[in-house]
Design a protein around this ligand. Structure first.
Ligand code: 5RP
Length: 241
């Protein structure tokens, strides 16, 4: 009988390392209300908080169905943004991070609730494995910027995004023949590729997309994160500020 442990997936390991480091470095004794983002990296944020001896002192605000389930599974108190409009600290993943800590988010279609929680948070911390740390948005993440739109506006917005120089596509659901993906807020997602976006141009692009009538929110998180914890393949964690 073999006694060797199951092999550790290095990407999974780096997600866990950065998530634990982010929580341990940033969660302070006075913090009570915590925002929990979405995706596979924040799984370890919830796990880390769930193991804390004082976890009963925290109320966690989710950013979607998966995130709500994570809070419940880790036996942490669940709260809503309605009764907790000021969040002490929020942790979330990212699809890509640039040198100015701007992010692309929304790979999991949760960008609106994620941005609401980030915007309500006094401290917003990103956790990601090193594949996301490319320095320039659009360099590694080739699926485009996720944009949440009102369903019947999708063709109008596709026209406007194309005129702006993007290559937009409505995100299909699963299975694709069932129609577009529907967000937790009942909207569609358009993924729009703009190629590489220099850090200096991210804010302007975000404003132009947000100004389109029918756009609910964009997956460009401009200047919202104070820090990013990057889990590296060699088992180290890099902190970006
Ligand atoms: C979901 C998100 C996620 O945070 C993002 O997709 C990163 O996920 P992961 O940690 O699985 O790489 O924005 O809308």
């Amino acid at each position: 009988m073999s006694t060797s442990a199951a092999p550790v997936d290095p990407v999974e390991q780096s997600k866990k390392l950065c998530a634990y480091a982010a929580v341990q470095d940033n969660l302070k004794p006075h913090h009570r209300i915590i925002g929990i983002g979405s995706g596979s990296t924040v799984v370890y944020v919830a796990e880390c908080i769930g193991k804390m001896p004082n976890k009963a002192e925290f109320v966690c605000v989710p950013t979607g169905f998966q995130s709500k389930q994570l809070i419940i599974d880790n036996k942490i108190q669940l709260g809503g943004l309605e009764e907790n409009p000021t969040i002490d600290i929020a942790f979330d993943g990212a699809d890509e991070i640039d040198s100015g800590l701007n992010c692309i988010k929304g790979g999991g279609a949760c960008l609106l609730q994620e941005k609401l929680v980030a915007d309500s948070s006094e401290n917003f911390i990103i956790v990601a494995d090193d594949r996301k740390n490319t320095g320039v948005l659009g360099k590694g993440w080739k699926k485009g910027i996720p944009i949440e739109v009102i369903p019947n506006a999708y063709n109008k917005i596709i026209k406007e995004l194309t005129a702006l120089g993007g290559a937009p596509k409505v995100r299909p659901g699963a299975p694709a023949k069932a129609g577009p993906v529907i967000t937790d807020n009942g909207n569609f997602i358009i993924d729009c590729d703009f190629g590489e976006i220099p850090a200096a141009k991210v804010a302007d692009l975000n404003s132009k997309i947000k100004a389109m009538v029918g756009v609910v929110e964009t997956g460009l998180f401009v200047g919202m994160a104070q820090k990013a914890y990057i889990g590296n393949a060699d088992g180290t964690v890099t902190t970006l500020t």
